[in-house]
Every structure is written in structure tokens, then in C-alpha cells.
Write a protein that binds this ligand. Sequence first.
Ligand code: AMP
Length: 271
Amino acid sequence: MRIVREPGELEFSGRPVGFVPTMGAFHEGHLQLMRTSARENDCTVVSLFVNPTQFAPHEDLSKYPRNEARDAELAESAGVDVLFVPTVDTIYPRQTTEVHVSGVSERFEGVVRPTHFAGVATVVLKLFNMVRPDRAYFGLKDLQQCAVVRRMVEDLNVPVELRFLETVREHDGLAMSSRNVYLAHEDRTRAPRLYQVLAHLASTLRSDPHASVPSLVDDASAQLRSEGFEIQYLALVDPKIMEPSAIFHPGCRWIVAAKLGNIRLIDNVPV
Ligand code: AMP
């Protein structure tokens, strides 16, 4: 595996090229994306870049877990050919043009984190233009991010095929996340309830597609609040447009964002 720090060094021996953008602190969720790309492409490129523009000033940029040596070992074991580790100055030599993806960026995460998706869309487009991949791989754990990237690629005619892979979970159901290590011990034991409640909502709606979505939301929110979660949103959505849905429809998903202590968790499941 080659470690590359400058975009000018991004040359590949074979095509198709698969690309996995990440912020590092690799876990099985990241490794699944890398292994899938390695299976489906001649060359797999992973970027490791903690993108400052997708963090708000009060968020955890400086505390974000970083360990390049460990990540490089894991990436190599997952079949990655090139690990692209640019500096902030390489990606942002100056204040940059921004990509705003209207509509799908605006609800849910867009309300809680108003500057987040412009940061994501801008860096993803810059990375696409540096790497020029044939395929790019994203995790459905970040459902709205998938919708934003899909819409950007469609609207700006970006020549890349997008692949979205299902969320990898801990044995107790908690969605893997680089931030899980920051959960206090007691919160870590409570955290899987978020997934359990979503899974229950999904099975309830599958068995009774005419069930009242607002009352399911109310009951599940009350349950989670009573267990110490601070709910930021809980909704049934059409994942392509990230609009709330009042009734069951094929492809819909339950999404949630909640805080446990100071740690923010997001998750979603298909119905
Ligand atoms: P991050 O390093 O958090 O920016 O994530 C890099 C990529 O890994 C994104 O496409 C995420 O959606 C994906 N990812 C993060 N956690 C998981 C997970 N538990 N399962 C699957 N994909 C994930």
C-alpha cells in the first residue's frame, strides 16, 4: 500500500478505481467499505482527512480520534492500494468555493448542524476531482450524507458510480462509530437501546403498514427520553429526498439523532 500526501501523486496502475472517503479512526464499518471496493475494483483509494469545514466551532474537531499508523495497517489489511492523507493546507490553500446541496441538506442533520453538509459536499467533490474514481463507497449509517452526495453527483453530472453499504453494528446492535469510544461506561450500556427502538419501529410498521406514524414517533420518543436520551429528531423518511413521511412506503427508513450525555448518536434502519 502506498501512502500519498499530494494530489499530484495520485496515479493508479489499474482501473476501475474505487474510492472510500473517510476521517480515519477505522472500525469495521470503514473496513467493510474498503473490502467491498477492493473486491469490485482493480485499485482502491482511501482518503484519510479530518475535514475541518464540516465541524461547527463548538463541535469536536480538536478531539477527533487520530492514529494514522494504526489506520494505515488496517487499510492495508483490507486490501487498500493507496491511502491519501492530505494536510488541511493541501485541501484548502485558501477560502474555497462551496457546494450547497439544496433540499436534501436542509432537514434533520441540516437543522442541528447547519453548516455541516456544505462542508461535506465541498470536500467530497474536491476529493472526487483529485482521485477521479470510477466508483465511490459510502455507509448508510450517515443516511442523509448519502442523499446529499447522490444529489450533488446527479445535479453536477459528476462521473462516478455511487455505492451505499448497510451499517455495520457492534454485537449489541449499536452502530459502529469513531465517536463511540467517548461514551461514558453507563451510557455505552444504554446506547444500543437506540437501535432496538428503531428495529421495533420498523417491525411494527412492517406488520401493520397502516399504523399511525405520529403516534409511533411519540411512543418511541417518550420511551427513549425515559431512558436518558435527548432526542433531536426521530422520523420516518423517504431516504432519497430526506423528507418526513406520514405513511409507510417502499424504501422508507426510520432515522434518529439523540444525545447521551455529551455524545451525539445517529442511526437509521430500513422498514
Ligand atoms: P467517517 O470516517 O465517519 O467520515 O466515515 C467514513 C465512511 O464510513 C462514511 O461513508 C460513513 O458513512 C461510513 N461509516 C461510518 N460508520 C459506519 C458503519 N457503522 N457502518 C457502515 N459504514 C460506516
